[in-house]
Design a protein around this ligand. Sequence first.
Ligand code: ATP
Ligand code: MG
Ligand code: MG
Ligand code: MG
Length: 576
Amino acid sequence: MKASQFFISTLKEAPADAEIVSHKLMMRAGFIKRLGAGIYSYMPMGLRVIRKVENIIREEMNRAGAIELLMPVVQPAELWQETGRWDKMGPELLRVKDRHERDFAIQPTSEEVVTDIARQELRSYRQLPKNFYHIQTKFRDERRPRFGVMRGREFTMKDAYSFDRDFESAHKSYDAMYAAYVRIFERMGLRFRAVAADTGAIGGQASHEFQVIADTGEDAIIYCEQSDYAANIELAEAVPLIAQRAAPSLPLAKTPTPGKSTCRDVADLLQLPLARTVKSLVLASDEKNEAGDVVKTIVWLLLVRGDHDLNEVKTGKLEGLKAGFRFATGAEIEDHFGCKPGYLGPIGLKKPVKIVADRTVANMSDFVCGANDADFHYTGVNWGRDLPLPDVVADIRNVVAGDPSPDGKGVLAIQRGIEVGHVFLLGTRYSKDMNATYLDEAGKPQLMVMGCYGIGVTRILGAAIEQNHDERGIVWPAAIAPFTVVVCPIGYDRSADVKAAADRLHEQLAEAGIDTVLDDRGERPGAMFADWELIGVPHRVVISDRGLKDGKVEYQGRRDAEATPVAEAEVFGFLR
Ligand code: ATP
Ligand code: MG
Ligand code: MG
Ligand code: MG
């Protein structure tokens, strides 16, 4: 590829709305272009990375026995009504009407459509197991799209769905996907952890997230280096483990009067800034378990009408954990409030929740400026307690790092992560709703047991950059770099020798199947090098008259401090 025939567009400054390094660098290096909130064009340079990511995923999915198909982006509402998700999904599901006023969903995932295919096509036990996947555009009307492609509204996902005759076989399909994901993220050169995740509202059987380790990650994971314990902090099961460390007995709070207290009272009791309390409200209760121990439970509600920052909520949650609270599980929230938490896990509710109350808080402006007439009611079940909260939890690693671990094999540590993949053993949740059955050996219809497996293709770009960058720009892992090597001639348009050597090397590299770009734009060396360092190409070969006099070119790896003079043929040795 010659640079003059490609499209390169770099910027000195990142736009003001780019908060984190990956977003800034992707904008500056010309990988993406913003069209609207959470909606981006993938520019030619960015698309090359996306294609490499997709190819690795495709190869490993195929190798694991999954079969590629392609399902529509626009999906009839009827299918979504069959599973109830049309109502349950809330505003994250983008809905459109056609000219006949029929309702459609723009797919955020494809469980409904793939289950519809399976119930028509997979009729006999002989056809099972099957795993269908596609790499397709998704739309989720995220409340707070941000960080560029990391939390977009339109994005690309690989989603796979397995169909098995029973749980035993479904577990095997799940394990095969888990193993494929490990290979995929290893091949991409990412540092990641697979962590146990909450099965939450979907109520599945098993679930793991693949988290790329990065301080800017929106998730927090606890893990133990000495054993294989690793879990998303949202996982209800993980919570009591941390809580074990909690203060054994907390002084009883000046409990505000049930039904009479305001959020301000709760904020005071929890020693939290009022704004944070309003964004995420805490409801605590003490109950004795069978052994007579007091179990403190906390329910964290996200007020959907208020703006909330997930990080802030999670920090608040950690504060609660530190204080010894157990967080209510998704199922408990459902029991208590009669509605499913829309967010996977215990910390959020999609719809404004009506908690039956003897006093109605009719106006949010009671608590917070800006918002109004929120339909939020609350009970006074042991509101709040005097929690010994730290002012700020600046570094969550200090919070529980060093605590003994759950399996007695070591100590816990906490890291931040970016969720790039998620595997989920669904069970019969969708096959039941949609009556997806096959005939067993006896000719009896049985529900298919399903799993679903997602990878955030475009999010991976952001995650990889968060992990791999320096002050000059991106440092792509070679497997997903837009180009593997850039040939930079100095004086391409002036020196016949340089031009001949550059063209020759470019051809030889291309012939060897190495993804090469030749920078024939005639830029000054400084500007040319700065561009490719920003873009993050892992290998660079500089060709100049000075070097050619000694029969040498200069090789420099993107992380190398200096260039190494080498004979032309030796370049290949650096690229393997
Ligand atoms: P998150 O917790 O970050 O909102 P999720 O749990 O809602 O993600 P899944 O439903 O598990 O996401 O989807 C599978 C994968 O799709 C995720 O692991 C993630 O990599 C990717 N993904 C989800 N939402 C987005 C988004 N808004 N932008 C980019 N990628 C996303
Ligand atoms: Mg989400
Ligand atoms: Mg998630
Ligand atoms: Mg997920």
